[in-house]
Design a protein around this ligand. Structure first.
Ligand code: FAD
Length: 307
């Protein structure tokens, strides 16, 4: 028998957890589904210094605290990878690989994932020197040389984290300056074991068939090519929405970001979206939490209206 709820929240990142907290505190019945570990991208983040209320907190610790608070009003939390949402009148049927659930409203908080470099060697050496998560894999490279690819907040923040473990960190960036916030840049520039290679692209990840041994580089101004020996390559070159299961609803833009109004409503009545998966300007924990609060309130009004 299909279990019924007022609201199903897809994704237990900061956006989904906050939406679940607000909706359950308003006494709606809420199921929160995640295909991984609650906390989402916070589990891949070392120190968080820009979440109000904490001078500094580790990502996994903030995940734990958010989970405890978001489930205090009776949210049901379950493992499940959502594969699609079916519309049945005012009701929504949420499908996972194994089960289906029914709700009046759905809040999608499925987040984003790293963009790959798309160069030879990247897939071959995935988990054997190529990583997208410094917090998860940094310790494997103690006292070794590593490369970070990218120039945004994540690249520079994680390069600084890796500088505590690795002998030397080389940041390879395709432009001649970083995009990261100034405070993050200042910290990275102050470290004497972080070097920068500007105007350059990684064109191949090199290895000995077992593990990474280096990267091939091309200067995009001069065309000059070179090789840089390294034990690890950490890739931070942007993010993509995780929205493949929802595109059939016609709620995404051409890149897959979900379009909402400022109440987090998509164009399908009763389907909301929050956090990184939304088309928006700033993808951070604070904005994810803000979206979650707004949707958690708006969903109450929606559920009342269709009762
Ligand atoms: P996510 O955190 O991505 O959570 C989405 C959840 O949805 C995941 O748990 C996922 O498993 C689940 N999911 C996805 N698809 C499905 C599906 N089909 N079915 C079921 N579940 C699904 N932000 C800051 O504010 N400060 C920082 O210092 C900071 N540092 C960062 C460092 C790194 C390396 C990275 C990668 C990000 C960082 N961010 C930081 C950004 C921040 O982590 C994100 O903006 C935030 O986590 C977005 O929250 P979210 O809930 O929208 O999505």
């Amino acid at each position: 028998m299909t279990k019924k709820y007022d609201v199903i929240v897809i994704g237990a990142g900061p956006a989904g957890m906050t939406a679940a907290l607000y909706a359950s505190r308003a006494e709606l019945s809420v199921l929160m589904l995640d295909r991984g570990v609650y906390g989402g991208q916070m589990n891949n983040t070392a120190e968080i210094e820009n979440y109000t209320g904490f001078k500094s907190i580790l990502g996994p610790d903030l995940s734990e605290k958010m989970y405890e608070s978001s489930t205090q009003f009776g949210v049901e939390y379950a493992y499940g990878e959502v594969t699609g949402i079916e519309l049945a009148g005012n009701q929504k049927i949420v499908h996972t690989a194994e089960e289906q659930f029914e709700a009046s409203a759905v809040i999608i908080g499925s987040g984003s994932e790293y963009r790959k470099l798309g160069v030879p060697g990247e897939d071959q050496y995935g988990g054997r020197g190529v990583s997208y998560c410094a917090v998860c894999d940094g310790a494997f490279f103690k006292n070794e040389d590593v490369v970070v690819v990218g120039g945004g907040d994540s690249a520079v923040q994680e390069a600084t984290y890796l500088a505590n473990l690795a002998k030397k960190v080389t940041v390879v960036h395709r432009r001649d300056q970083l995009r990261a916030q100034k405070i993050l840049q200042d910290r990275a520039f102050a470290r004497d074991n972080i070097e920068f290679i500007w105007n350059s692209n990684v064109t191949e990840i090199l290895g000995d068939d077992k593990k990474v041994t280096g990267v091939a580089l091309k200067n995009n101004q001069t065309g000059e090519t070179s090789e840089l020996p390294t034990a690890g390559v950490f890739v931070y070159v942007g993010i993509l929405p995780i929205s493949g299961a929802f595109t059939q609803l016609g709620i995404t833009d051409e890149q897959g970001w979900i379009i909402t109004n400022d109440q987090m409503e998509t164009k399908v009545p009763g389907i909301f979206a929050v956090g990184d998966v939304r088309k928006k300007g700033l993808r951070q924990i604070t904005t994810a939490v803000g979206d979650g609060g707004i949707a958690g309130q708006a969903v109450f009004d929606y559920v009342e209206s269709v009762k």
